[in-house]
Design a protein around this ligand. Structure first.
Ligand code: SF4
Length: 426
């Protein structure tokens, strides 16, 4: 059987394949031979990352053993490093990259590191497409058109600070949600909060460690309800499959700005009933969730790295709230008629751990979410697992986890994006 070959990079960053060794996947630092159903062509919009201070691991089918590649097989004088894929949106990883770290290895930046190989003239990755929605597919983004639209709107609405902030997100950071805003389609972002009541290890908008940088600046002001509506109402009124979402990567926790958001939602819903108003949140304040639902909020998405209290607390470092509050927020949304999603950070070896799966099933039974977004956890896997003090145990495999969830909860949808709930726009 033709299996993907190992890929590695030399010290200058050039990437090569080495057919003598097979691509290998990692599951909480346990190495696995890759099976045909585990790989897919590397989707467009994915990136390849070099992993400094880490030696790639391959499988030698002749010797039937895993092997660490520490020198370039074609020139042993050259050191090598491992390579990983940062998969495009809408894709869930099945295995992370397999490597052996040097004792003093530097921390990897806040991205996900999926196993990657080479087969039949192209890169393949150990992942699957979990959501068919194309809203963040690279082929839909024309950067020049988006920049023209963003600059025109920033000029036209120069007094709206939120438009200026999102213009920078679209042009500088390439945020897909901000880009779609300036293309008047699908899901648009509504960041509001400079503050947060958690201190996530992998926070992408604020990092206190000196050896880890946030991937985007956090918003520095709280927009007014008018500024929020200036962005949201035209989008809700015009965009195909319109969704506007509070709670973005470039902010803290939106529930801390509940009064502002409630006023904005009420104004949006006085203007139009079209589209979906969504809140991405850490779920810390269930009473505020109820108040926003009363004002017209249609859906919430609560982020979880784990369905187990101790691992949740070790990652989120909550300030003034508990895991019980998070569950209460999902229940609060459901009891107020809103659609509830879990933003489930996926890390092979942890997420498909048998005990984690059982805890997730208990949480679904208890809180009745409608949707689980299977999003890859953007963090250095070794550092994360050490930081939350996780001991690898028996695992299901990510694909089997997905199958079991569907069997156990036929009503539960699995995907990646906040759905547009407005049936008139389907
Ligand atoms: S809840 Fe969000 S903003 Fe707050 S620390 Fe975590 S990732 Fe950062």
């Amino acid at each position: 059987m033709n299996r993907p070959a190992l890929v590695y990079a030399d010290s200058s960053g050039r990437i090569f394949d080495f057919p003598e060794l097979e691509m290998v996947g990692s599951s909480a630092q346990r190495w696995h031979r890759i099976q045909p159903e585990d790989w897919m062509p590397l989707p467009e919009g994915s990136d390849l990352f070099l992993l400094p201070d880490r030696f790639p691991v391959g499988y030698n089918p002749r010797k039937r053993q895993f092997e660490v590649l520490s020198r370039d097989p074609f020139d042993p004088s050259i050191p090598v490093q491992a390579v990983a894929a940062f998969m495009a949106p809408a894709h869930t990883q099945i295995f992370t990259a397999a490597y052996r770290s040097k004792p003093d290895a530097r921390l990897l930046p806040l991205f996900s590191y999926t196993a990657v190989g080479w087969l039949n003239g192209r890169f393949v990755a150990a992942g699957l497409r979990i959501d068919s929605d194309e809203r963040q597919d690279l082929r839909h983004f024309d950067p020049r058109q988006i920049e023209r639209n963003a600059r025109r709107r920033m000029d036209r609405e120069s007094r709206n600070r939120l438009i200026r902030h999102l213009g920078k997100c679209a042009i500088t950071y390439g945020c897909p949600a901000a880009r779609n805003l300036f293309m008047n389609r699908w899901e648009a972002p509504l960041p509001t909060s400079p503050a947060c009541n958690a201190r996530c290890l992998g926070c992408i908008s604020l990092q206190e460690r000196t050896d880890l940088c946030a991937t985007q600046d956090r918003i520095s002001f709280v927009p007014t309800p008018d500024e929020i509506c200036g962005v949201a109402i035209p989008h809700l009124e015009q965009a195909p499959r319109a969704v506007v979402s509070f709670g973005q990567g470039c902010e803290g926790e939106p529930l801390l700005q509940a009064d502002t958001i409630r006023a904005a939602i009420a104004a949006m819903r006085r203007a139009t009933g079209r589209g979906t108003v969504n809140l991405n949140t850490n779920g810390s304040l269930p009473a505020r969730v109820a108040a926003l639902c009363e004002a017209g909020l249609d859906s919430i998405r609560v982020s979880l790295n784990s369905a187990r209290r101790d691992f949740y607390t070790a990652y989120f470092n909550p300030r003034g709230y508990t895991f019980e509050d998070v569950k209460a927020s999902i229940l609060s949304a459901k009891s107020n008629g809103a659609f509830a999603s879990i933003n489930y950070f996926v890390l092979p070896g942890f997420t498909d751990d048998v005990n984690e799966f059982q805890a997730l099933c208990r949480l679904v039974d208890e809180t009745h979410p409608d949707f689980i977004q299977m999003r890859n956890l953007n963090i250095d896997p070794e550092w994360y697992l050490k930081s939350i003090d996780f001991r690898p145990g028996k695992t299901l495999g990510i694909r089997h986890l997905i199958t079991r969830l569907k069997e156990n909860f036929p009503h539960l949808q699995l995907g990646y994006f906040n759905p547009c709930l407005d049936r008139t726009l389907a």
